[in-house]
Design a protein around this ligand. Structure first.
Ligand code: IPM
Ligand code: MN
Length: 364
């Protein structure tokens, strides 16, 4: 009997439905080639879901996600003006995305900063900085820290104030560090530990736990780097990094810096792996300004499918074929208008045409 995997597809907002549609076509080809059935079930999620159903993460969507073997999520979010029409706690980031992370306890966020030769022209860094390619895996803790700490807002002494707390317990730290070590072990056996222990006590505990975990990985070399210095080092010499591990907020910021190194967040897929489920999403927003124009590059969504194949279904070879197909199309000089092309030498095509070239390579 052939295998079936149930996939919850949350198309999301803005360019989400456009890039999801073609990514699912790629998934269908993989299914056909490998004899695996992907049973894809769409469900509303995000800003449009709020307008349509009154909830950014409707109960029916939760059910679809609960029953799925993996969740594929498009970008969500609305323009600033549209967002203001929604109560603050129901806005898609707070009302849908963070609850999704919490529901499946997706503590391990993998964000590849991957710039092979075929994509090198997108990077704003000088050729000498990117020669030979960049391949960094940023591992971001995703369900702790400031994002999920207690919050308070009020008025004290006649002044409005706000308090947000950064909290981690040792188990939360240990499990993400272990993910970092495991990843480093599979790759170059160097783990950059990003922290701010010169100021934050959370980082002091983080590093204490690291010292306890590290002996279990004698083959992995740990290098410490303070988060602000890491930002500079990433720009000056990104090739010195391979696997980097860090807490939630640091990872949010440095992974966007990674997008800057690549030349666009549109080149950043991601995997969010949890104890109760996993979901896969582009690291970027919904780009409402270009929604419906057919110019969004599907790389981050197809890349998220590749990460799902690898991490949820152990289909490493199939995942590699997706990456290879996209690299091949970029290598031929094709692009979409949303990606930067400072020298004007690339051949811009539509989302559909770009996807067709990827699908043709995949099928061929
Ligand atoms: C990301 C995004 C989210 C985050 C937002 C949309 C809540 O920026 O996935 O990096 O801050 O985690
Ligand atoms: Mn972010």
């Amino acid at each position: 009997m052939s295998k079936t995997h149930i996939i919850a597809a949350l198309d999301g907002d803005g360019i989400g439905p456009e890039i999801m549609a073609v990514a699912l076509e790629a998934l269908a080809i993989v299914g056909k080639q490998s004899g695996v059935t992907f049973d894809v079930r769409h469900a509303p999620f995000g800003g449009q879901a709020y307008f349509d159903t009154g909830s950014a993460f409707p109960e029916a969507t939760k059910k679809v996600c609960d029953e799925a073997d993996a969740i594929l999520k498009g970008p969500i979010g609305l323009s600033f003006e549209e967002s203001k029409k929604i109560p603050i706690d129901e806005q898609p980031e707070r009302g849908a995305l963070l609850p999704l992370r919490k529901r499946y306890n997706t503590f391990a966020n993998f964000r590849p900063v991957y710039l092979p030769a075929e994509l090198a022209h997108f990077s704003p860094l000088k050729p000498h900085a990117v020669a030979g390619g960049i391949d960094i895996m940023i591992i971001r803790e995703l369900v702790g820290g400031l994002y999920f700490g207690e919050k308070e807002r009020g008025v004290r002494n006649g002044l409005r104030y706000v308090k947000e707390t950064l909290e981690y317990d040792e188990d939360q730290i240990k499990r993400i560090l272990e993910v970092g070590f495991e990843e480093a072990r599979k790759r170059k056996k160097v783990l950059h530990n990003v922290h701010k222990s010169n100021v934050l006590k959370s980082s002091v505990l983080w590093n204490e736990v690291l010292d306890e975990v590290a002996p279990g990985y004698p083959d992995v070399q740990v290098k410490h780097v303070i988060v602000d210095a890491a930002a500079t080092a990433l720009v000056l010499n990104p090739r010195q990094f391979d696997v980097m591990v860090m807490e939630n907020m640091f990872g949010d910021i440095l992974s966007d810096l990674g997008g800057g190194i690549l030349g666009s967040l549109g080149l950043m897929p991601s995997a969010c792996v949890g104890t109760k489920g996993s979901y896969y999403e582009p690291s970027h927003g919904s780009a409402p300004d270009i929604a419906g124009m057919g110019i969004a590059n599907p790389y981050s969504m197809i890349g998220s499918v590749a990460m799902m194949l690898e991490k949820s279904f152990g289909m490493d070879a199939e995942a590699r074929r997706l990456w290879d197909a996209m690299r091949f199309v970029f290598g031929q000089g094709f692009t979409t208008a949303d990606l930067r092309d400072p020298e004007g030498k690339l051949k811009p095509v539509s989302t559909r045409e770009f996807a067709d070239k990827v699908l043709a390579k995949l099928a061929g």
